[in-house]
Design a protein around this ligand. Structure first.
Ligand SMILES: Cc1ncc(COP(=O)(O)O)c(C=O)c1O
Length: 376
């Protein structure tokens, strides 16, 4: 299957459209609280690792039902830090899905490790667990599943495959804040969990931000030091770390926004249910999401994507692509994965189109989207 030319995809941004993402509207009711809290930080001058950072970490750990949370500068760093603190032999293998955001793979490479790709399950956004089993070698030290689009990977099954081998599970939860597997929250399922808090995420800051959760005290202490240049105490550097701290200003933004997360996740699920039940066009395939998914993206597959783009543009409906290339198709990695085939990931890359699923969408907007799709 030939990779599509990403230059041919035109992302549309126009104020009068049905928006793909509307952070301003999402935060309308809490904006004044956020501004008040930011003002307090400015007056206090505690911009770096202020007590508000610690408070946010505590709230997020409680939300995920984990013992510890360590904030950092972004989701890519969260993943990289998680891998670095495991002190694995160079070039150890880390199993990741072939379809994910580039950061999952880059974090592995930047940590001096070797990404091993596994395809997604057919018609699902999650990694194929039977394929993971086939890719485990003596060098496999980490399995890094991604809860892509907010759909939760069955970590219980992965644990069964690992059995008693010394392989860590570090899950990329960047698209699944608040999602659940059975009665457990994402963030509490693995040895280490990593979240991006990029503005467009289900929980997003007003800039770059990220957070790590774990129940392991040793890993918690290591990660906490690592994100602060390997230091817990000024001028004492016990390891060579990153400068990857969450700004105190972002911590107060996130503390306010965490209060809306569950409500907005429910809205996303309602919109997804409406799409599931009412998009009837046979030329559109829907993906199967996990129970407990938080629908960070609602992705459909279409054969004639250019035609659909034209129709959506004409109807002023914004859309996205997650993602138009899988990991082995990225310019910087295609030589590394030459001759590798990941059929299901390639299908998503070629046919995917993400529909608006912003929790502030009005019912008539969702209805309009569905009727446009059904006439395509
Ligand atoms: C699955 C996944 N992993 C990692 C990241 C990287 O996060 P950040 O952009 O905060 O570095 C993202 C963000 O888009 C993501 O969606």
């Amino acid at each position: 299957m030939k990779p599509i030319d990403i230059k041919k995809l035109n992302l549309v941004i126009n104020k009068s459209m049905i928006k793909f993402l509307n952070i301003k509207k999402q935060d309308k009711k809490i904006k004044n609280f956020i501004l008040k809290d930011i003002k307090k930080i400015i007056n206090k001058n505690n911009f770096i690792l202020g007590e508000e950072v610690h408070n946010f970490e505590k709230s997020f750990a409680k939300f995920c039902n984990t013992k510890y949370a360590i904030s950092c500068a972004n989701g890519t760093d969260a993943l990289t830090i998680a891998l670095k603190i495991l002190n694995l032999p160079k070039n150890s293998e880390v199993i990741i899905p072939a379809m994910t955001y580039c950061s999952t793979a880059f974090a592995v490479i930047n940590a001096g490790l070797n990404p091993v790709l596994v395809d997604l399950e057919k018609n699902k956004p999650t990694i194929c667990i039977d394929e993971i089993k086939k890719k485990i070698t003596r060098r496999t030290k980490v399995i890094m599943p991604v809860h892509l689009y907010g759909s939760v990977v069955n970590i219980k099954k992965i644990k069964k495959i690992i059995n008693n081998k010394k392989i860590y599970i570090v899950d990329d939860c960047s698209q699944a804040h608040g999602a659940k597997f059975e009665d457990k929250r994402v963030g509490s399922l693995s040895d280490i969990s990593c979240f991006s808090l990029y503005p467009g995420k289900n929980l997003g800051a007003y800039g770059d931000a990220g957070i790590i959760t774990t129940n392991n005290k040793k890993l918690y202490i290591k990660a906490k030091n690592f994100r602060n240049l390997g230091s817990d105490k000024k001028f004492f550097h016990t390891q060579i770390g990153f400068n990857s701290r969450l700004d105190t200003i972002q911590a107060v933004v996130l503390t306010q926004k965490l209060k809306n997360l569950e409500k907005y996740n429910k809205k996303r699920s309602q919109i997804a249910k409406y799409y599931d039940e009412n998009i009837t066009n046979k030329d559109i395939s829907k993906l199967i999401y996990s129970k407990g998914s938080v629908y960070h993206q609602y992705v459909i597959l279409v054969k004639n994507r250019i035609k659909l783009e034209k129709l959506l543009n004409a109807n002023k409906i914004q859309y996205g692509f997650h993602y138009p290339q899988s990991i082995h198709q990225l310019d910087c990695l295609k030589n590394k994965f030459k001759r590798k085939k990941f059929e299901n990931s390639e299908t998503i890359a070629k046919k995917c189109l993400s529909l608006p699923i912003d929790p502030t969408l009005k019912f008539n907007e969702i209805k309009k989207i569905v009727s446009v799709l059904n006439t395509f």
